[in-house]
Design a protein around this ligand. Structure first.
Ligand code: CDP
Length: 232
């Protein structure tokens, strides 16, 4: 069998739309590297929270966050079961970064242009060799505007909040559905109205609404899109 050329797959969409599940499963099925760009914004946010750069009312010490960017190193470590954990300055923070405490302030942190510039540069470097699936908000529009396959994922806010609520409960977080829904709606608003690279569908992205799709149906749909591109 002839080896296919390696491409870049960009998966963008609203919060908790299932982008990362889609992206991770496709990457594993086709032997590509998966990068969760949101985890990088979450890691920077955790650093800011743990270093007193966020007041109790959520106000950010922006200049301190910007100054500390050179001291923030984010890596991904592959686990024996094949999943990846986010590592912040040598410490595994995979669990910490998913908490509502981080979700509640990540969007304002991600709206700081200097934070975006630093992380976008790292993301571009990770995709240099191609053969990568990256999910986020600006992957098809900014990070890899030359990606061969771009997907924009959406689902109703209630569906998304329900999925995230279930995920957090399974991880043992004591959260309420109302708080999760409020966070999803609030992040959507900040992410799509910010000045610097707002969340929007790239003109050449294919849209999918997965509100009523199972994971298997979603996987099959994405694999079909991938095959169309590599076999074209
Ligand atoms: O919770 P969910 O999985 O939907 O979000 P995430 O992918 O972990 O991203 C967390 C937050 O990081 C988003 O709400 C955005 O504010 C920000 N983000 C971004 O601005 N650009 C990206 N490429 C990825 C995430």
């Amino acid at each position: 069998m002839q080896a296919h050329r390696k491409i870049i797959i960009a998966i963008d969409g609203f919060s908790s739309s299932g982008k990362s599940t889609m992206a991770r499963r496709l990457a594993s099925a086709i032997g590509y590297r998966y990068i969760d760009s949101g985890a990088m914004y979450r890691a920077v946010t955790l650093y800011a929270l743990d270093n007193g750069m966020v007041d109790d009312d959520g106000k950010l010490h922006e200049s301190e966050i910007i100054e500390s960017l050179p001291c923030i190193k984010v890596d991904f470590e592959v686990q024996p079961d094949g999943t990846q954990h986010t590592v912040l300055n040598g410490i595994d923070v995979e669990k910490e970064i998913r908490r509502l405490r981080v979700s509640n302030v990540v969007s304002p942190v991600a709206a700081i242009p200097e934070v975006r510039h630093a992380l976008v540069a790292m993301q571009k470097a990770l995709g240099k060799e191609r053969g990568i699936v990256m999910d986020g908000r600006d992957i098809g529009t900014v990070v890899f505007s030359d990606a061969e396959l771009k997907v924009f994922v959406d689902a109703s806010a209630e569906t998304r909040a329900q999925r995230r609520f279930k995920e957090l409960l399974e991880k043992g977080s004591a959260v309420s559905y109302e708080d999760v829904l409020a966070n999803v709606v609030h992040r959507d608003h900040i992410d799509s109205t910010r000045e610097e690279s707002p969340l929007r569908k790239a003109d050449d992205a294919i849209s999918i609404d997965n509100s009523n799709m199972t994971i298997d149906e979603q996987d099959a749909w994405l694999m079909e899109q991938f095959n169309k591109v590599v076999k074209a």
